[in-house]
Design a protein around this ligand. Structure first.
Ligand code: DGL
Length: 275
């Protein structure tokens, strides 16, 4: 049977690679809504409407056992609507505020995410609930997801722009300094080596992808185990990009992940504005 992993682009591959390690017997369908990328500055209602339409087609076509919304910008908005509308289990990804608050020594932590994610009531509530004793800096980065996509396609990135985007993450209060930056966007783990080199001082860069994969595994184990008949029918992993027209670099990248690109038609997209 199938697990669906969804993101606005190719950043969700950072979650897919963790999920595959834990659930190697499952077949994965990766979906990148590159026609809607980036999600970071979408208006909330329009984004929610778009995603429900996409999931209607995806669930009809693939009948997955579980879906992982590997996108913070979407998960901090849409999980209740998806769970209400569809009957399969959904797992989302949100900034790792709780683990950051538990681990920080300085009490200064940063959530680095898209402008959408840092402005969501969901994110603000996470901070209120779990990081009340910390000083939390919210950094809404406008270019990082796009830079990560470029980097993943082996294109050069603008190091100066990257330095400027991460600069506000680093806060100093007398002898205390930010010691944890949570990667609140699934694209960012692909840039983390570059960010480490440009950071004014070392920090822990927290990526919740493994915890999300674990949660998906827990939910699957609760559901009925896969039958021998289903096992025989296991197919290889595939990816769908909603544009129907990804770059050849993306096709190569997916193939290096052992994923074959397929095409699919989304009737809901024809009826919608593109941003
Ligand atoms: N990868 C997405 C996230 O985790 C968002 C990137 C974007 O579309 O802006 O938030």
């Amino acid at each position: 049977m199938t697990i669906l992993v969804f993101d606005s682009g190719i950043g969700g591959l950072s979650v897919l690679r963790e999920a595959r390690l834990l659930m190697h017997e499952e077949r994965f369908v990766y979906v990148g809504d590159d026609a809607g990328f980036p999600y970071g500055d979408w208006e909330e209602n329009a984004l929610a409407q778009r995603m429900v339409g996409l999931f209607e087609s995806l669930l009809d076509t693939f009948n997955p056992r579980l879906a992982i919304v590997a996108c913070n910008t979407a998960s901090t908005l849409i999980m209740p609507a998806l769970r209400e509308r569809f009957s399969i289990p959904f797992v989302g990804i949100v900034p790792a505020v709780k683990p950051a608050a538990e681990r920080t020594a300085s009490g200064l932590i940063t959530v680095l995410a898209t402008p959408g994610t840092v402005s969501r009531p969901y994110t603000l509530n996470l901070i209120k609930q779990f990081a009340g004793k910390c000083e939390v800096k919210l950094v809404g980065a406008t270019s990082l997801a796009r830079m990560a996509e470029e980097h993943m396609q082996l294109r050069d990135i603008d190091t100066q722009l990257l330095r400027e985007e991460i600069r506000p993450c680093f806060v100093q209060r007398q002898h205390r300094k930010t010691d944890i930056v949570t990667l609140g966007c699934t694209h960012y783990p692909f840039l983390v080596n570059e960010m480490r080199k440009l950071a004014p001082w070392p920090v822990d860069w927290l990526d919740p992808a493994h915890a999300v994969a674990k949660q998906a595994q827990r939910l699957l184990n609760k559901a009925a185990p896969i039958t021998p008949y289903e096992q025989e029918r296991l197919q290889s992993d595939i990816a769908i990009m909603t544009s129907g027209n990804p770059t050849s670099a993306i096709t190569r990248l997916l193939s290096s992940f052992g994923i074959t690109l397929e095409s699919m038609c989304f009737p809901s997209l024809n009826a919608m504005p593109s941003d």
